[in-house]
Write a protein that binds this ligand. Sequence first.
Ligand code: FES
Length: 117
Amino acid sequence: MSSPTLIFKKAPIVSLQGQPVLLFNGQQQSLLEALEIKKVRVFSECRSGFCGACKTKVLSGSVTYFTEPLAALSADECLPCCCVPESDLNLALSPKGADTVVHPQALNARAKAVLVD
Ligand code: FES
């Protein structure tokens, strides 16, 4: 008797210009919702893949659409309102003002800098 094979898929990490902002765990319906929770500024209107207002450049990674987008897209663009990350994703959006993930080593370096000053 063979035992069942368990396959675990890692939740995709979404980064903005290389700065990690979230682990997409599927609790949000779309990439746009997940980005908004992290206070990332993404302009949107229809939120259904029609208008193209949320068009975002993808620097690396891929997405899966749960609604086929009607707006025209280049190969390196996505519509966050109607897709989810399929792999780790690096977007060209600005991380400014977003709740970014800070690596513990970076926190230690900042703490040391404050102590030295
Ligand atoms: S908000 Fe209209 S296509 Fe995304």
